[in-house]
Design a protein around this ligand. Structure first.
Ligand SMILES: C[S@@+](CC[C@H](N)C(=O)[O-])C[C@H]1O[C@@H](n2cnc3c(N)ncnc32)[C@H](O)[C@@H]1O
Length: 321
């Protein structure tokens, strides 16, 4: 293989056993919950891509517009001959805007847990950006400690769009920002996309689209458990629920059991009451100030924030040693 062509996993990502253990632990807990990282198998990543094109889902449109408008200024913050590292790259649609504006970028390192989707994306990126080293890394970004050896000597810039930061609890978001600072290094710049607090009806519509794609994305988690762990979830007996929790500044996504039922996962039997839910995801909303305060607490100095009133894109710099 040529350098940079391998699909790297600096640490083995979750195995079937780890997936099974997390699912059983989450579904036997009170209240029931599942880690959102398991949304993203090939089917889940494809459904998320469809969500980003929905008319109700303003975050992607807003962030794409902000990145397009400010790409030259964003690119001017990056050092010469650098590697751009994206955490949770998905289809790399937003990175493409930054990569096109950045004359001095030499390598792009998309990091994602969704290995098959990442592999397909890396092939397209190599075709579209033949002058760049494309170095995909299959990893859980909450457990990553290092980057591929090829970019060890290069300055790095970080990219964390999509409001993926909102899926963490605030203390986890702070821990992630610290980890990213350690990986990217002193003096590095990180660009983060953060969804803003806003009128609950706009938020409600964004997570309850008329076409039902977000519901399919949520239910795919149960379909994945059936496929990979041989469980017998009846998808027709669970409903997508998404609502804004104003006290906690977050959208909550749940899967609600429409009836009393038992589900088997391997040897384990899980009971559901009618109306009982599995909490599958949070999406925290921030103000520009509350996000910048959190970033400061994780060692990052806010350089600039661009917003359109709905969404924000932040440039942060890690303190020098
Ligand atoms: C909300 S999507 C954002 C995708 C893309 N960056 C965008 O802005 O459209 C979150 C992405 O992060 C990935 N992801 C979620 N949890 C992850 C984890 N713990 N480690 C690595 N990737 C993760 C998912 O596979 C998905 O591609």
């Amino acid at each position: 293989m040529t350098p940079g062509s391998a699909l790297r996993a600096p640490r083995p990502i979750e195995t079937v056993n780890e997936f099974a253990a997390d699912v059983i632990a989450g579904l036997t807990a009170k209240p029931k919950h599942l880690p959102p990282k398991y949304f993203y198998d090939l089917a889940g990543s494809s459904l998320f891509d469809r969500i980003t094109d929905l008319p109700e889902y303003y975050p992607t449109r807003s962030e794409l517009d902000l990145l397009t408008k400010h790409a030259p200024e964003i690119a001017s913050l990056f050092p010469p001959a650098y590697a751009l590292v994206e955490f949770g790259s998905g289809s790399s649609r937003k990175a493409r805007i930054v990569l096109r504006a950045a004359a001095s970028v030499e390598a792009y390192v998309p990091v994602d847990i969704s290995g098959d989707f990442l592999r397909e994306d890396a092939a397209r990126l190599r075709r579209d950006f033949p002058h760049l080293s494309i170095i995909p890394v299959v990893a859980d970004f909450t457990a990553m400690t290092e980057l591929p050896a090829e970019i060890a000597a290069k300055p790095r810039a970080g990219f964390f769009p999509g409001s993926t930061i909102g899926n963490f609890e605030p203390h986890e978001a702070c821990a992630f920002l610290r980890r990213a600072g350690g990986i990217l290094g002193a003096g590095s710049v990180l660009i983060v996309g953060v969804d803003l607090e806003k009128a609950p009806d706009i938020l409600y519509r964004a997570y309850n689209d008329a076409e039902g794609v977000t519901a399919k994305f949520n239910l795919n988690l149960l379909a994945r458990i059936n496929r990979e762990l041989g469980a017998n979830f009846d998808l027709a007996a669970f409903e997508h629920h998404a609502f804004y929790n104003a006290e906690r500044y977050r959208i909550e996504m749940h899967l609600a059991s429409t009836k009393r039922q038992k589900v088997r996962i391997g040897e384990t039997s899980i009971e559901f009451r009618a109306g009982e839910t599995i909490h599958t995801e949070n999406s925290y909303k921030y103000s520009v100030d509350s996000f910048q305060a959190m970033a400061r607490g994780a060692g990052w100095a806010p350089l600039k924030a661009w917003t359109d009133g709905l969404f924000s894109v932040h440039a942060l710099r890690m303190a020098q040693d």
